[in-house]
Design a protein around this ligand. Structure first.
Ligand code: AMP
Length: 440
């Protein structure tokens, strides 16, 4: 990545083995990213690690490279149904992407690997696990399912990685995680990555990690400098027309559009397609096959515009997203940071354009408070609404550490119409955490 400081050691200087260096060269990586430079030396010594890093920072390679290095240095044989390295991820998309990274970085080491997640038939997953695997990447629910059925034995697992721990917490996976950890040997290496550090994550981490090294890149509440942010105020009724206009130009080479609800995601994708900008929607109501096809199309460039809800977008790992459009503002300040972080990845530049209707004006204020800067306003467009710009709602309780409260609020929005859903964020009624929140 181009923003890496010149004093950063090279991958070779970090002491990675030649097969890994070759794989990195094949991936086209020249220098470690900051999280890689910080984390790899600790992990190579077998130390536990607490990593505060968002997606897009190179954190997957930060944990996979040293684990692969140590695995290659230790003669081992797969034992039937056993797993050597267990990686837990909140969503099937993220789990699949981590598994693909295992393949990419481990290509010269001949490691065995498998990915398991719910929503698909377990037959192939069970067959792949029979002989045992070096790397298993899993979502917690399906893992416990297969453990319960006797297809997986975790008693010999030597490394546990919890990726996007804060999202796992949001999705109600804390209890399953604790159940899984209880099945692992006490003597193991444990790594926990999270973009934010709410109280529940700190307490989970202190229970799981032993004398961990702590590494941190990009504080969660700051936005990447390379992202050109702007907000356009408009009435709810004009948002679609404005969006159609914004995605049209060829400079919008790959666009990710965020909506609050699945219903709106479908509506936006249909309207853009009808207007000559073919778009696909991904959200929790789509089948695994539909989601994978849409994502693959977006990655390959066949699909230029992808519309997603927040949860469905977790783990979308596409480097050259030129534009992020917030069709709906997120009602969770930190979701804004996550959303716009999908552009300007891997050293590139990107634009994040937010449409703001009057009812969501207070959410923008909360976001600006969280990121510590105003989002520049663009008024020079045909659908500008002064009313939206000047409207004020009761300021919501948002900001640092408040993400979980607002995250829960978002769940109540179900299939609403977008604008009619507006409620002040942080309503106490939404503050009980359901054990199994469904992804939107
Ligand atoms: P992650 O944070 O793991 O989702 O990684 C973000 C993106 O950065 C992925 O697309 C990786 O392929 C890419 N990446 C990871 N490490 C490097 C590196 N050292 N140099 C350039 N790109 C990288």
């Amino acid at each position: 990545m181009s923003h890496v400081a010149p004093i950063t050691p090279s991958f070779a200087e970090l002491g990675l083995n030649p097969q890994l260096l070759q794989a990195l060269a094949q991936e086209g990586y020249t220098n470690p990213t900051p999280i890689q430079a910080q984390a790899i030396p600790h992990l190579l010594t077998g130390r536990d690690l607490l990593g505060l890093a968002q997606t897009g920072t190179g954190k997957t390679a930060a944990f996979l490279l040293p684990i692969l290095h140590r695995l290659a240095a230790t003669p081992h044989r797969a034992t039937p149904r056993c797993v050597n390295v267990l990686i837990l991820a909140p969503t099937r998309e993220l789990a699949s992407q981590i598994d693909q990274s295992v393949v990419a970085y481990g290509r010269n080491l001949g490691v065995s690997h498998c990915v398991i997640f719910g929503g698909v038939n377990q037959f192939h997953q069970v067959a792949a696990l029979k002989k045992g695997v070096d790397f298993l990447t899993a979502t917690p629910g399906r893992l416990l399912d297969l453990v319960g059925q006797g297809h997986i034995d975790l008693s010999k697992t030597s490394v546990l990685v919890l990726d996007e721990a804060d999202h796992m917490l949001d999705m109600g996976f804390v209890k399953p995680i604790r159940q899984i950890v209880a099945l692992l040997p006490a003597s193991r290496q444990t790594l926990l990555f999270s973009a934010t550090m709410p109280e529940e994550i700190s307490s989970l981490a202190s229970g799981l990690l032993r004398n961990p090294a702590r590494v941190e890149v990009t504080p969660p509440s700051t936005t990447v400098d390379r992202i050109g942010q702007s907000v356009m105020f408009t009435d709810a009724a004009n948002k679609m027309a404005l969006l159609k206009m914004l995605v049209k130009p060829p400079t919008v080479s790959r666009a990710l559009i965020f909506t609050l609800t699945k219903h709106t995601a479908n509506k936006v994708a249909e309207a853009l397609t009808a207007a000559g900008s073919p778009a696909e929607a991904i959200h929790g109501n789509k089948s695994q096959g539909q989601r994978e096809r849409a994502l693959a199309g977006f990655k390959s460039g066949a699909v230029r515009v992808l519309v997603a809800t927040d949860i469905a977008s977790r783990g979308i790992d596409v480097d050259d997203v030129s534009h992020v459009f917030n069709y709906d503002l997120p009602n969770v300040a930190e979701s804004y940071v996550h959303r716009i972080g999908r552009t300007a990845r891997a050293g590139r530049e990107g634009l994040a354009v937010t449409l703001c209707e009057p009812e969501h004006r207070a959410w923008l204020t909360a976001i600006e408070r969280t990121i510590g800067q105003p989002v520049p306003v663009v008024t020079d467009h045909p659908f500008h609404s002064e009313e939206a710009r000047l409207s004020r709602m009761k300021p919501p309780v948002m900001g640092g550490g408040g993400r979980n409260q607002q995250g829960r609020q978002g769940q109540g929005q179900g299939q609403g119409q977008g604008r009619g859903d507006a409620r002040p964020a942080g309503r106490p009624a939404q503050q009980s955490r359901g054990p199994q929140r469904k992804p939107r």
